[in-house]
Design a protein around this ligand. Structure first.
Ligand SMILES: C[S@@+](CC[C@H](N)C(=O)[O-])C[C@H]1O[C@@H](n2cnc3c(N)ncnc32)[C@H](O)[C@@H]1O
Length: 231
């Protein structure tokens, strides 16, 4: 699948990809759940947008993938692979798009959800979505930052770094320059990589994943890395 393709046909290609890798029944059931989640939360995060259609100033635009929202089904399975209660934990979404993963993190109970996104239009939509749900999640502080994730310093407070296939292999290598120091700290930290197409890069830098969540066709949906012993 070409993750940089233009949005017009991207949804179709994404649908075909999902049917191929998950099967028709599972794709339909997931689609219905995502639609219900949008209605339940009153947010608008659907759509597919290629970097070429967005106002992005960062040089790393070249390596950026298509915007697509996280699936709440996969998000929940990913969070179940982490060993703790999130009420005192901080979540960081690398390439936060329209804010879906941040909102799902609030729903999971994180005390703070930080998003870094380089596309101005997507960040604006994320603000609107978060305004709509803020009162539902009073215990979560939301922070949206516009900018290049490859230049973003991961602060000590972060417990979970999340990314849903935001960019190509070179950019993943660039991101590892920021992730590695965070993993060298004593504090436990987890990295959740959804749709882990460049997992080899993370394995080179961080070692083997502590867990891998696979779909029923045994294709990895999520790889979890940690600076702690195996989960
Ligand atoms: C597949 S979408 C995931 C969106 C969101 N994390 C979610 O799960 O709903 C990837 C996002 O990463 C953003 N992105 C890609 N490269 C980036 C970079 N270098 N800095 C910041 N954002 C980036 C894209 O604009 C897009 O919104």
């Amino acid at each position: 699948m070409d993750f940089k393709q233009r949005g017009k046909f991207a949804w179709l290609s994404h649908l075909m990809y999902s049917i191929k890798h998950r099967g028709l029944a599972s794709t339909c059931s997931m689609g219905l759940k995502e639609w219900q989640k949008e209605r339940e939360l009153g947010i608008k995060t659907f759509g597919a947008h290629a970097p070429a259609e967005l106002s992005i100033e960062a040089d790393s635009k070249m390596g950026g993938h298509l915007y697509q929202p996280s699936s709440s089904v996969i998000f929940e399975r990913a969070m179940n692979a982490l060993p703790y209660n999130f009420s005192d934990k901080v979540f960081l979404d690398i390439g936060s798009g329209k804010g879906r993963a941040l909102i799902l993190a609030a729903e999971a109970g994180f005390r703070k959800a930080i998003g870094i996104e380089y596309a101005n239009e997507l960040n604006d939509i994320a603000y609107t979505n978060i305004e709509k749900v803020k009162s539902k999640f009073p215990k979560t502080e939301f922070v949206l930052q516009e900018g290049d994730a490859l230049q973003y310093d991961i602060t000590e407070e972060v417990d979970v770094i999340y990314f849903f296939n935001p960019f190509d292999e070179d950019a993943v290598r660039g991101l590892m320059l920021k992730v590695k120091p965070a993993f060298e700290r004593k504090k436990p930290i987890y990295l959740v990589y959804v749709h882990p197409v460049h997992c080899n890069v993370l394995e080179e830098v961080l070692g083997d994943p502590t867990s891998v969540v696979k779909n029923w066709k045994q294709i990895p949906d999520v790889a979890v890395f940690s600076n702690q012993a195996k989960l």
